[in-house]
Design a protein around this ligand. Structure first.
Ligand code: GFB
Length: 340
């Protein structure tokens, strides 16, 4: 009982200030970020209760988020305080190119069901995950600030994902304005790390290349897709998981920011990253040939991280070398069980 009195007092004294026990629901918990988040919660947020939802594990917390009735019934029973919404139908360039319709449909349904369930069950604060790939592909300037997110069309290759996530952002803004919520959207750049999806066709470029080069390392030629010219900012997924937990539990950090780009300032070409992977795998990079019949996707999607740097001026991001080494070693150790 006193926990609720406590919450009531804090709720009125200091909006959504954290009390010493919160129930947090995490969707998409069996994905890359979700797995890092579990470890961070166990280490840094022991006094809180994290409930990890997944789609496939067939346990008490397995839930099809595209099914509105199941979502409403589940959230009504569970009584959560906060949410970290990571669940999405997501993938690399080549998965998006083939599945824009389904990716749009799945994400729109999941996001609407989750927001409605949060509102109906007084979950008043949460982190909602977007991506830098939903920003305009031909913006008025680079790097792109948060305000530019709806400035113009996203890249055609991931139109389904981009518009579904843009609608999530708009709906979070609507709930914040109409119902006084604190639904904070975060837009990470391309992420990589342990627990990633190493599928050769549907994965993002880092895990797909590690997997293909691993399979073909004794071949004379190793194939990479496209021209290698596109530029990308990369983020080690553990850094993202640490940052979103800090943002969730410290409403003073997010203040009036309903959208925060999450990136360190580095940006390199796909060629640079893929040659780095070859280096870490002790593969002669002169073996790499580029299949330019394959799409390059968006040539550049550089986002500005000034707001993030103001919030966390001294955050030490994991270096590319270190992140790639950890990811490759994890892939070797978990070759038989990882997603691929
Ligand atoms: O990581 P990726 O699939 O996603 O591709 P995007 C990045 C770049 O790597 C593209 C090149 O220019 C690809 O042509 N590439 C080279 C490869 N070899 C490969 C390979 O073996 N596999 C893959 N996948 N790429 C995604 C969006 O765009 O960004 C998603 O489509 C998502 O919606 C994600 O949000 C963050 O960076 O091009």
């Amino acid at each position: 009982m006193n926990i609720y009195i406590n919450f009531y007092i804090n709720f009125h004294l200091n909006k959504y200030r954290i009390i010493n026990y919160m129930r947090i629901v995490v969707t998409g918990a069996s994905g890359m970020v979700g797995n890092y988040l579990k470890k961070i919660a166990e280490k840094n947020y022991k006094s809180h209760d994290f409930i990890y939802l997944n789609r496939s594990k067939n346990n008490k917390y397995t839930l099809d988020l595209t099914n509105r009735k199941n979502v409403m019934d589940f959230f009504e029973k569970e009584n959560f305080d906060f949410i970290i919404h990571l669940a999405a139908n997501v993938g690399g360039l080549f998965k998006n190119l083939k599945n824009n319709t389904k990716i749009f449909s799945d994400n729109i349904k999941m996001n609407e069901n989750i927001l409605e369930a949060c509102h109906k069950n007084n979950i008043n604060r949460g982190i909602f995950c977007l991506s830098s790939c939903i920003f305009p592909h031909n913006p008025s300037k680079f790097p792109m600030t948060e305000q530019m997110i709806l400035e113009s069309e996203p890249h055609y290759s991931n139109r389904g994902y981009a518009y579904a996530k843009r609608m999530l952002y708009i709906q979070c803004q609507n709930y914040n304005k109409d119902f006084n919520k604190e639904y904070i959207c975060v837009a990470p750049v391309n992420m990589y790390g342990r627990y990633d999806n190493f599928n050769l066709e549907n994965g993002h470029f880092i895990p797909s290349i590690i997997h293909r080069f691993y399979n073909e390392k004794n071949n004379d030629k190793l194939i990479a897709y496209g021209t290698g010219k596109p530029l990308r900012q990369l983020l080690y997924a553990e850094d993202f998981s640490v940052i979103i937990c800090k943002l969730l539990f410290n409403s003073s950090l997010t203040n009036n920011n309903d959208l925060i780009n999450i990136s360190n300032s580095n940006e390199f070409s796909i060629k640079y990253y893929i040659e780095k992977i070859a280096e870490i795998m002790n593969i002669d990079k002169s073996k790499i040939i580029w299949d330019t019949t394959k799409s390059d996707g968006c040539l550049r999607k550089t986002v500005d991280n000034s707001i993030l740097k103001k919030i966390f001026p001294n955050y030490q991001f994991t270096s590319l070398e270190n992140g790639l080494k950890i990811t490759y070693e994890w892939f070797i150790e978990n070759y038989n069980s990882c997603r691929k």
